[in-house]
Design a protein around this ligand. Structure first.
Ligand SMILES: Cc1cc2nc3c(=O)[nH]c(=O)nc-3n(C[C@H](O)[C@H](O)[C@H](O)COP(=O)(O)O)c2cc1C
Length: 361
């Protein structure tokens, strides 16, 4: 029903400013009566981070930035939802306009700059849903003007890890100056150590997995160091990737492509999938990966899995294709599994990582 409604209102939503359209979408989702998610075929279930995901298709961070509608989003059929990015103190983010639709490219450029109602508001909203079913995580970052950014991650992890299934350390957002420098070895090691420590001390019904989300623009040397640090600190998994600061030559919307910010959607697919495959080759099965970036079809989702993802996430394609895409992806994954004679996705994970890392896909 929601998918049908979306096709009716999509022209209206796409006629207004992208940020207003998004706010209207969140407001509408908040009005939906509570509904259980559609039942998934058992073959789509994925075991990861000590949880059983009913299906591998998740909603990426940034859609429900203020943690307002995770349950409504789960009811659309997502196997998991990542809320946030949340930072400790409320901050406004960058001046508007700060989101741009590159419609002919199936892409978005955003420079929100982690606009956030702050940790107390996020925590209160997540507390209100405590005890409800469905896998929900939260993406955390640092305040732009923070004197101690490492402490900001610890503060967020301490406050939220008893309430959610996973906490994602976001050191890859391109829109907070200097944030991606935290992907450097010393900073990263300190952040991960302190988030794990905070998780151990946190009280609450849940014990969040600690995940790290990385950029698609890293050199292979930086990726080597990040994977080594993640493995040494024994975090629970990696999310590959955030938006890119690069602008592929193929973009059709040349004027909009000059806007500053992170590019997401179809033009990010190749870069993020290659980075995922390179990560998978280095991790070699020692922790699960979540593949994000340009997933706009079942075929793209299947490529992410073959590149090394146990789970996938999407954001931009939801804006262009609407929630009907979720069922379409699940259907295609089941068809691929049947064609390959598989009863679960696990044996396909990373199967083509070496070829995809070489660009053969
Ligand atoms: C408008 C917008 C806001 C986003 N905000 C966040 C964020 O707060 N934290 C984060 O880690 N990623 C954020 N992202 C990145 C997405 O989670 C995702 O990694 C990226 O968009 C690639 O996926 P896609 O091509 O399916 O959109 C944002 C993306 C968009 C388009």
């Amino acid at each position: 029903m929601i998918a049908g409604l979306f096709s009716l209102v999509r022209p209206l939503l796409h006629a207004v400013d992208p940020e207003r359209a998004h706010d209207l979408t969140i407001r509408s989702l908040a009005l939906l009566p509570p509904a259980p998610p559609p039942r998934d075929d058992g073959r789509l279930a994925v075991e990861a981070f000590g949880r059983r995901f009913p299906n591998p298709v998740g909603l990426a961070a940034g859609f429900d930035k203020q943690c307002e509608v995770p349950d409504a989003l789960l009811s659309l059929g997502f196997g998991f939802v990542e809320c946030g990015g949340v930072v400790p103190r409320p901050q406004a983010g960058n001046p508007r306009p700060r989101v741009f639709r590159l419609a002919r490219d199936g892409a978005i450029i955003n420079r929100y700059g982690l606009n956030s109602d702050g940790l107390a508001a996020a925590r209160a909203r997540l507390e209100r849903r405590a005890g409800r079913p469905g896998i929900v995580g939260v993406n955390i970052g640092a305040n732009k003007d923070s004197p101690d950014r490492i402490a900001d991650y610890e503060t967020c992890a301490a406050a939220l890890s008893g309430l959610v299934d996973f906490v994602t350390v976001n050191v890859s957002s391109p829109n907070t100056p200097g944030l991606r420098d935290l992907q450097g070895e010393a900073f990263l090691d300190a952040i991960l150590a302190r988030c794990i420590d905070a998780r151990e001390k946190a009280s609450g019904a849940k014990r969040a997995a600690i995940l790290l989300k990385i950029a698609p623009d890293l050199s292979l040397e930086s990726l080597d160091a990040i994977v080594a640090t993640a493995l040494q600190r024994q975090i629970d998994g990696l999310i590959v990737s955030n938006t890119t600061v690069s602008r592929p030559e193929t973009l059709k919307e040349r004027a909009l492509a000059r806007e500053a910010g992170g590019l997401s959607g179809a033009p990010l697919f190749r870069l993020s999938t290659r980075t995922l495959a390179e990560t998978s080759l280095r991790v070699a099965g020692r922790m699960p990966l979540i593949g994000v970036g340009g997933v706009d079809s079942g075929e793209a989702a299947w490529a992410k899995i073959r590149a090394g993802a146990s789970l996938i996430q999407l954001y931009s394609a939801l804006v262009y294709r609407g929630p009907a895409l979720i069922a379409a992806i699940k259907g295609r994954l089941l068809a691929e599994m049947e064609a390959a004679g598989l009863n679960s996705l696990a044996p396909a994970v990373g199967r083509d990582a070496a070829a995809i890392a070489r660009g053969e896909f």
